[in-house]
Design a protein around this ligand. Structure first.
Ligand SMILES: [Fe+2]
Length: 474
């Protein structure tokens, strides 16, 4: 981090502290699912926030949505200092909002030294079949496109939001989250030039992208790997710190690594892969970064078992950053997640959702056989490509023929960063044969209405235009 950047962040924090009343929010509160992968009654949601000192005595209270409902005190919040990894003082706080009624709105407030410092509303995870989620990726780039997408997401009032990776540019640093993530998705005022107060009220979940986890040299960037601090997600993935294979390996001095581990706790490396349920949808979320070997038998088994365990779920989605099937010239060789296509097909995954390529793409429903599959598990090639044969379901049109043969592969990576390969949009002859829609001249997000009968998709531009609609039934 440059000296100027360090100074400007420290200065911003000082201003925030000076202008706040009693409390010293470095970042206002945001909600997370925490380590709660499965639906449960009651539900629990976590609230996290950051302060630039520990002078205040914090407490958290929660109440039912009805304004006359009484407040009840939550367990005491816990904090970890991020001071060792940042050049300014930062403390990350977490509290559980427990005993929530599924699907019901709640109010919560943070009190500093007995005075209310922040109050917002949220909603516990829904168990019913009708839910709505928004997805986008490649977003935290400090652009007007990012702000407009955040604003459009807020207008759609989703139950939750999923980010398909590359959450914050360029390196997923804490200092970058402070500038490019929190101010946009937790803006006090909703608007196309600011963003929206989303994350204080709506659950956000994410898959890690290359920009989030590939800068793991803690000597060079002590505040790298912000993903492992700020995303409190289920800890039910296959990878623990017992192995060095297929995890985000840490580089740096013993001191820098120890500071990271102390602050990240059990989230590193476990939370890079996980699964969760929301309503009738089961999500399997994977780390598709190139250090993960998805031809590894144990890792494949974990995906297989996770999807098998969700066979009674009405809908299954798999989400990760690097798209297996996409048509842009950019990142064309990053195909290694094709290695899992057979498992997705076996378990009737409806949609595979990715980002990485900064545009929107939709495939025909497709089945894929990698070359060499008959000899057993296919090994990934050095250049990332996975040649093979696909079978396309061209009868599926998403309107009148809505039962797909095979998963649809969606790229939703137009959440704010500079768009890729718009020149290919009017030239379908430059698309791969499996691509049906390709929209690269506008930032956009995906919104999905889920019911027992259908998955109804819309792709919405950063100005609210509908760019694509289709429906999947079973
Ligand atoms: Fe990426």
């Amino acid at each position: 981090m440059s000296g100027f950047r360090r100074f400007s962040i420290a200065f911003t924090l000082m201003i925030a502290a000076a202008s706040g009343a009693a409390a010293d929010f470095a970042t206002k509160p945001w909600l997370q699912l925490g380590d709660n992968p499965r639906l449960s009654t009651p539900e629990t949601v976590q609230v996290l926030w950051q302060t630039s000192d520990t002078q205040n005595k914090w407490s958290v209270e929660v109440a039912k949505g009805d304004p006359s409902a009484p407040w009840r005190k939550c367990e005491a919040p816990a904090s970890v200092p991020l001071a060792a990894i940042t050049s300014f003082t930062l403390h990350l706080w977490t509290a559980n909002l427990a005993d929530l009624e599924p699907g019901k709105p709640f109010r919560y407030r943070l009190r500093a030294d007995g005075k209310t410092a922040f109050e917002a509303t949220g909603a516990a995870r829904k168990h019913d079949s009708k839910t709505r989620f928004v997805a986008f990726g490649d977003c935290g780039a400090e652009t007007t496109g990012q702000q407009r997408i955040a604003y459009q997401a807020s207008l759609l009032k989703p139950d939750y939001v999923f980010i398909t990776g590359d959450i914050v540019y360029n390196y997923g640093l804490v200092s970058e989250y402070l500038r490019k993530y929190f101010p946009v998705y937790n803006a006090d005022v909703a608007g196309p030039k600011s963003g929206a107060p989303l994350i204080r009220s709506t659950l956000f979940l994410a898959a890690p992208g290359n920009h989030d986890l590939l800068r793991a040299d803690l000597n060079r960037s002590p505040d790298a790997l912000g993903y492992y601090y700020y995303w409190s997600q289920p800890l039910n993935g296959p990878l623990t710190g017992d192995t060095t294979a297929s995890i985000t390996n840490l580089k740096g001095s013993d001191q820098a690594v120890a500071a990271f581990k102390a602050a990240a706790g059990s989230r590193w490396p476990r939370s890079a892969n996980y699964s969760f349920d929301y309503g009738t949808v089961h999500w399997t979320v994977l780390d598709s970064n190139p250090y993960v070997d998805w031809s590894d038998r144990k890792l494949r088994e974990w995906v297989d078992k996770d999807l098998e365990s969700a066979k009674s779920a009405k809908w299954r989605i798999v989400a990760f950053h690097h798209p297996p099937f996409q048509s842009s010239k950019a990142h064309q060789k990053d195909q290694w997640m094709r290695l899992l296509a057979d498992i997705f097909e076996k378990h009737k995954v409806s949609v595979v959702l990715a980002g990485h390529v900064h545009n929107y793409q939709r495939s025909h429903p497709l089945r894929f056989v990698a070359d060499g599959t008959t000899q057993g598990v296919v090994q990934r090639q050095k250049d990332g490509q996975v040649p093979g044969t696909w079978t396309l379901d061209k009868t599926f049109d998403g309107a009148t023929h809505t039962k797909p043969e095979g998963p649809l592969y969606i790229v939703s990576g137009a959440g704010g960063a500079g768009l890729y390969n718009a020149d290919q949009q009017p030239k379908p002859n430059t698309w791969q044969p499996f691509t049906v829609k390709y929209i690269a001249d506008k930032h956009s997000l995906t919104v999905v209405d889920v019911s027992d009968e259908a998955f109804e998709f819309q792709q919405i531009s950063d100005r609210g235009e509908t760019l694509d609609t289709f429906k999947i039934t079973r």
